[in-house]
Design a protein around this ligand. Sequence first.
Ligand SMILES: [Ca+2]
Length: 272
Amino acid sequence: MIGRRYTKMFLLAGVVLLTAFSCFLVLATQAAQPATYKENPKAKNLVVNGDFEKGKDSPEGWQQVDGLTTFYIDDPDKKRGKILKVDTDILQSQGYDWWVKISKGAKPKDAPKKLATTEPKYDTLAGNDGVWIWSDFIPVEKGKKYWFTFDYKGKPDVMAWLVGYTKKESTAFGADANAFQEYLKEKTTGKPDNRGRLFESFINKYKWRGQLNSRSATDAGDGWRHFRRANQPFIPTKPYGDVKFVRVLILPFWPPGEAFIDNVRLTEYEEK
Ligand SMILES: [Ca+2]
């Protein structure tokens, strides 16, 4: 009898201890949740023309728009001035053919009319390369931490990176797109060769890359989302101290559709 009573007491004590421990765990987890980094809207934007306000037929400081997959437009809602529009619902073959002409100096205003695309649309840019948007080269300093954000609206999912280089490489249209370069060289008329998907299809001239998680966004109003990391800055020179420049790469892809981009910002990370 006595043994059974002790067992009961031990059990009870165990339950009490466990409950206390779980309470402690819950509290500890809550305490361990990092505060979200507070952005300073007045911090200097290191991205040249990150709000896209400067430019004629294409925004300064960015890859040439092509008038078929990328467009330099006035915000239809009249709130954001100039913005970029992207259409990933374009046949890959049509995109490549037009990109060849763009890379040889054709103007976006002379772009062909978009051809009809049909379900399941695996032959569109959305289903293959995505549509890449590259900024020009931005100098970064050794050991410094940076904060990278942009605003985005649209159906296609988007991925974005800071890509680090030891020196300035070509900013020619599509210079980094492997399959496109092959296409350009061989002037083939068949279906472009696919060398890997999305980032894996880029030519490996970079030394470092840091991704902005495509799930990490906050509501920016009017259907726009503000993409950002919760709290972790980018350090382009870690682990490679010889990285001297970054480029911003924004890549809307699947599902096929229109997307809008504005306010791409890279600022120095302010320690709190
Ligand atoms: Ca703008």
